[in-house]
Design a protein around this ligand. Structure first.
Ligand code: NDP
Length: 292
């Protein structure tokens, strides 16, 4: 069997086109332009690159974006003051504090400060709490987990009743994606670094979400034939044939997995483009809520 490729690039392009249409409509009907503020603390090149790509995407879709950059030595008070100012700014509908923050800052306290109605990353404890509780709706769903679910649904994968295995339990991916799956009536197993026999869990999974950060930890022979596999991982693998000396691979060994899976996301071109598309969707949603 060769798995169907779940084309994140294509599906994300469709989401972005819808966002651009709705942004134009909001401007025409209400005179409101969605606004995203990014907060970058320090010089981490990867974080700076993520922030730049989010800003570029805003520009493409007609979303107003404002970048705030603070020194790596910024104090807790400075960062919290900036977040409070952005909470009060009516032109801003979404606030994104780029993680990870420098070690001396209290990440939880800063995320707590973000106005719930502007929490477009969906990491505010109240949003996460609502996500995990039955019958409660978060204002915003975290972007990468939402992207994973969107890819499954757009590819026609039946979630209700399915056995789903999520590998990884981080606050930003594993945990929320597991909650979203169970909310959609999957039977969910969460595996992590202390899981005794990962393969035995994977073997019965109709849906696998791999969010580990370990190069190709999931192999084809661990999968149930026909499984839908969403690979969140982004890892560097040495490859002397490339100019950079490495290539990006996921947490799933693509070559062996595609022989067994029913559907699979590539890395790159799977979950990655969805994360940013979902951020755009959340920012638009923040602006739409501000006029409703
Ligand atoms: P974290 O490091 O925060 O979490 C990793 C999780 O994997 C932990 O729960 C850990 O378990 C678990 N784990 C580690 N080793 C093993 C193992 N050998 N077997 C089973 N589970 C294990 O990572 P993130 O969730 O932030 O990110 C995961 C991956 O997704 C990374 O590659 C990251 O780059 C990528 N990513 C991609 C995004 C995208 O847009 N495509 C967005 C965000 C992340 P324990 O809890 O026990 O430590």
């Amino acid at each position: 069997m060769t798995a169907k490729l779940i084309d994140g690039k294509q599906i994300a392009a469709e989401v972005r086109a819808d966002v651009a249409d709705r942004v134009a409509k909001l401007k025409a009907e209400h005179g409101v332009t969605p606004g995203l503020a990014t907060v970058l603390v320090g010089e981490d090149p990867a974080s700076a690159a993520y922030v730049r790509s989010k800003q570029r995407m805003c520009e493409k879709l007609g979303i107003h974006s404002v970048g705030h950059k603070l020194e790596a030595t910024a104090s807790q008070e400075e960062v919290e003051k900036l977040v409070s100012d952005l909470n009060a700014d009516p032109a801003i509908h979404g606030i994104l504090v780029q993680l990870p923050l420098p070690k001396h800052l209290d990440e939880e306290a800063i995320l707590n400060k973000i106005d719930l109605a502007k929490d477009v990353d969906g990491f505010h404890p109240i949003n996460i709490g609502r996500l995990t509780m039955k019958g409660r709706e978060p204002l915003f769903i975290p972007c990468t987990p939402h992207g994973c679910i969107y890819l499954l649904e757009a590819s026609g994968v039946e979630i209700s009743g399915a056995e789903a295995v999520v590998v990884g339990r981080s606050n930003i991916v594993g945990l929320p994606v597991a909650m979203l799956l169970q909310e959609r009536n999957a039977t969910v197993t969460i595996c992590h670094s202390r899981t005794r026999d990962l393969a035995s869990h994977l073997k019965r999974a109709d849906i696998v979400i791999a969010a580990v950060g370990v190069t190709e930890i999931v192999k084809g022979d661990m999968l149930k034939p026909g499984a839908a596999v969403i690979d969140v991982g982004i890892n560097r693998k040495d490859d002397p044939t490339t100019e950079r000396g490495y290539r990006l691979v996921g947490d799933v060994e693509f070559e062996s997995a595609q022989e067994v899976a029913g559907a699979i996301t590539p890395v790159p071109g799977g979950v990655g483009p969805m994360t940013i598309a979902m951020l755009m969707l959340n920012t638009l949603r923040g602006a739409e809520m501000s006029v409703s």
